[in-house]
Design a protein around this ligand. Structure first.
Ligand SMILES: Nc1ncnc2c1ncn2[C@@H]1O[C@H](COP(=O)(O)OP(=O)(O)OP(=O)(O)O)[C@@H](O)[C@H]1O
Length: 318
């Protein structure tokens, strides 16, 4: 008989707005016990998931599942890069950018089905100022807002929208020099985002053509657009057409250096950090095993997910 795979679930009780007790019950009942030997651990403070994931690697875990949002995934995945231990995802954050990019369903039952299917791909991640990111990183307005959000106390999309409206008008775009191996350009930008995955979360696509398999990041630079240009930017983000906007410049590259006039924040997967005048960002190709959705590119994926969720819900309610 094959030995069961060791799988460790790391639950962030503070992520998103959903209650985690029911999620834990689902993990306990729906994980395939024939395939896996599961255990569940809870984070007790910010940053704890990194230590728990490192411990799991040390214990020889085959899969470590981040149960939370992009912040939790980042903390878990940074301990898994360049190892044979794979990252699983049960998305229950506020934005769930990486899970949405990978077409991992937001229903816990369906996400557990993906884990039970256990298809693993080796994908890219990024380094921003030496810090790992898996979805996006960058400077400008989004880094400024993530700093305000981190200090706000309350989470969830309503708090986020509140901060965007209150602080958005105060933000002043900066001048940046952006260099890669071939070009050097000066750009006054509202936002510069380097994307390994396509979206910030909540289906807000900053780089709709980003791929985690191409060894490259998609750099999106948005120049100041004013009140009149704002609806076009927002519509572009939610309709995957942002690169066509005249205020937006995009390119793919492996590594860039961003230089600005003064020190300031940058963000990695939505979490803010203090940065210097220069920030180096690069993609590390094929360095993290991730449990992916084998049906991610099937045209019938949404219908199948819906049917599976209904079926699993019926089983669960029995
Ligand atoms: N037990 C804990 N107590 C307080 N904070 C925690 C705890 N565990 C993790 N955190 C912190 O919670 C933060 C937010 O978690 P996470 O990003 O998963 O949720 P989210 O912000 O709601 O979702 P998303 O990033 O998808 O929008 C993380 O940056 C992490 O450091």
């Amino acid at each position: 008989m094959n030995e069961r795979k060791k799988i460790i679930f790391i639950v962030n009780p503070t992520s998103g707005t959903t209650r985690k007790k029911r999620i834990v019950e689902k993990i306990e009942t729906k994980t395939d016990k024939g395939l896996f030997d599961p255990s569940i651990r809870f984070t007790e403070y910010a940053g704890h998931a990194t230590q728990l994931a490192a411990d799991a690697v040390g214990e020889g875990a085959d899969i470590v599942v981040a149960v939370g949002g992009d912040g939790t995934i980042n903390e878990v995945a940074r301990s898994l890069v360049h190892t044979d231990t794979s990252l699983g995802i049960i998305p229950c954050g506020s934005g769930n950018g990486l899970a949405r990019h990978l077409h991992i369903p937001l229903s816990v039952n369906s996400a557990l089905h993906i884990i039970n299917t256990c298809e693993i791909h080796r994908l890219d991640y990024g380094l921003c100022d030496g810090r790992p990111f898996f979805c996006t990183c960058g400077v400008g307005f989004d880094a400024f807002i993530s700093e305000k959000f981190a200090n706000h106390g309350k989470r969830g999309p309503i708090s986020y929208a509140e901060i965007m409206l209150k602080e958005g008008l105060r933000y002043k775009p900066e001048l940046y020099v952006i260099e890669d191996e071939e070009t050097k350009l000066r750009y006054k930008a509202y936002v510069i985002t380097c994307a390994n995955a396509s979206q910030y979360g909540n289906n807000c696509y900053i780089a709709p053509h980003a791929s985690m398999k191409d060894g490259l990041m998609d750099v999106t630079m948005i120049s100041p657009f004013g009140v009149i240009g704002a609806p076009g930017i927002v519509i572009g983000m939610f309709s995957k057409t942002l690169p066509r906007n005249s205020k937006v410049k995009t390119f793919k590259t492996r590594k860039i250096l961003i230089t600005r006039d003064q020190e300031g924040p940058y963000h990695c997967d939505g979490d803010p950090y203090k940065g210097g005048k220069q920030i180096e960002i690069e993609i590390v190709p094929k360095a993290l095993n991730i449990v992916v959705n084998p049906e991610a590119h099937s045209p019938y994926r949404r219908v199948k997910n819906l049917l599976r969720t209904v079926r699993l819900k019926k089983d669960f309610d029995k």
